[in-house]
Design a protein around this ligand. Structure first.
Ligand SMILES: CC(C)(COP(=O)(O)OP(=O)(O)OC[C@H]1O[C@@H](n2cnc3c(N)ncnc32)[C@H](O)[C@@H]1OP(=O)(O)O)[C@@H](O)C(=O)NCCC(=O)NCCS
Length: 192
């Protein structure tokens, strides 16, 4: 399944919030506190405000499969305080709010979204695609490793949020996959 990645508009805010709620319930059913308020995740209203700002800035994207929103990603240059150093922020784009609709799980939509982040990093002459993942969700960490990312570190001690597992992948690796040293099954390497 090859989605078309298009820029998200304000009309997509409801869909993005629905995806967040859908996946939070999925995570809870799997025994994870990722994104729950109890686990210090953002309440949905706070999430909606944050996504609204990203939509305004043109930083959010939708993976469109035959006119259906199959997933979303936000890519910008900002991260929560005390996660990445100023130098690390300067040479990277940062991925946020990547979510794939459960109806489209297993179709590698996430890999297309991450390749899009790689393309944006390339276009903006940024050497790295970086993200923070939920600290305690080791299955999610495994997902990012399979997607060619490496754990840089667990942020601390000043970073106190629940999402402190810092992952990164070199932008060039989307064009030259051997650079990661990680086998990314079926990644397609070049996102173009
Ligand atoms: C991460 C995500 C966008 C990847 O989408 P995708 O590339 O289309 O991949 P899939 O949804 O098919 O998931 C691939 C595998 O990773 C696992 N996985 C993905 N996110 C996970 C999570 N947050 N916690 C535990 N396992 C997760 C899936 O269970 C699946 O495992 P399986 O192959 O054994 O069934 C999607 O799984 C998702 O929306 N996850 C929940 C939200 C999330 O954690 N986003 C990342 C925030 S940093």
């Amino acid at each position: 399944m090859n989605p078309v990645i298009r820029q998200a508009t304000f009309g997509d805010l409801g869909t993005i919030c629905r995806l967040r709620l859908q996946r939070t319930a999925w995570l809870t059913a799997r025994g994870s506190d990722q994104w729950t308020v109890a686990g210090h995740g953002k309440p949905i209203e706070t999430f909606a405000h944050a996504v609204g700002r990203s939509l305004e800035a043109g930083e959010s994207w939708i993976a469109d499969c035959d006119g259906e929103a199959a997933g979303t990603i936000t890519v910008n240059r900002h991260a929560d305080p005390h996660l990445w150093s100023p130098c690390e922020l300067e040479d990277a784009v940062i991925v946020h709010y990547m979510i794939v609709d459960l109806r489209f799980a297993g179709h590698r939509i996430g890999h297309h979204l991450l390749a899009h982040a790689g393309r944006l990093a390339h276009d903006q002459h940024r050497k790295w695609v970086r993200l923070d993942a939920w600290t305690t969700n080791t299955e999610l960490h495994d997902y990012y490793r399979r997607a060619g990312f490496q754990l840089r570190r667990i942020a601390g001690p000043l970073a106190t949020g629940p999402s402190c597992a810092l992952f990164e992948r070199p932008t060039a690796s989307w064009y030259h996959p051997q650079l990661t040293g990680v086998v990314v099954s079926g990644s397609g390497g070049d996102p173009r």
